[in-house]
Write a protein that binds this ligand. Structure first.
Ligand SMILES: CC(C)(COP(=O)(O)OP(=O)(O)OC[C@H]1O[C@@H](n2cnc3c(N)ncnc32)[C@H](O)[C@@H]1OP(=O)(O)O)[C@@H](O)C(=O)NCCC(=O)NCCS
Length: 200
């Protein structure tokens, strides 16, 4: 178990919302929730939950700062009503310091501050798990998600034009990111102005 207290209570709804890391028992509910949000078509890149070794390990462990995996669940009446996950970059040590973040809530629980609460906990946890940067990919038409990430000071690092096809329409995807240390300590940073392949 890592940095997060397993039972963080958030008094947001009439019924209490508890935030806790996932356990193996949450697997079925988590898959149901992700598939249900994916079925809305407009919010997630995936159309259906696909299990892989990273997800399996992350769900099993819930909160593992050593590997940089987090699956944090908001629980209402003993039932998971969404998720937030962070996975480390998949180029090994080259981008282990970059956490990829994704989250979603069932429709009736949106717009009540639960996403903000999940994000606050994730941002507290991330440095303790060795992350120096967090990133996310957002469907450009997903304004609630854009608002949430903007609220936590993420900035747009890229726009992938016509990257996704949703109901036969091509839609852009935003790449957003947050540096977890002061910008001055990142010597790699270059200006985005006039960025070209020929030279920066
Ligand atoms: C995106 C999502 C996780 C946000 O969580 P949430 O609990 O609804 O967000 P919050 O209530 O904490 O609100 C966060 C900010 O977004 C704004 N916001 C929330 N819903 C909004 C909406 N429908 N339209 C415009 N702004 C919205 C809030 O006003 C708030 O900003 P503020 O505090 O400055 O007022 C949630 O809406 C969701 O699950 N959406 C579907 C799945 C999804 O899009 N996942 C993200 C994929 S990248």
């Amino acid at each position: 178990m890592g940095f997060l207290s397993p039972f963080t209570s958030v008094p947001l709804l009439r019924s209490k919302v508890i935030l806790r890391p996932s356990t193996p028992h949450d697997l079925d509910q988590l898959i149901t929730n992700i598939n249900s949000i994916a079925a809305e078509q407009i919010y997630l890149q995936t159309t259906t939950f696909t299990s892989d070794a990273v997800w399996d390990a992350a769900i099993r462990e819930g909160d593992n700062p050593r590997t940089g995996q987090l699956v944090l669940l908001p629980i209402v009446n003993d039932k998971a009503i969404g998720y937030l996950r962070i996975f480390p970059g998949n180029y090994g040590e080259r981008n282990r310091h970059v956490g990829s973040i994704g989250l979603g809530l069932l429709p009736e629980y949106r717009g009540k501050g639960i996403g903000s609460s999940l994000m606050s906990h994730a941002l507290q946890w991330a440095p303790s798990a060795g992350f120096e940067k967090l990133e996310a990919q957002i469907i450009a038409t997903n304004y609630p998600s854009r608002r949430l990430f903007a609220k936590f000071n993420f900035v747009v690092e890229g726009l992938r034009r016509c990257q996704l096809k949703i109901r036969d329409e091509l839609v852009d995807e935003l790449v957003v990111a947050l540096l977890l240390r002061s910008e001055a300590s990142f010597h790699c940073l270059k200006s985005f102005q006039n960025l070209t392949l020929e030279g920066v």
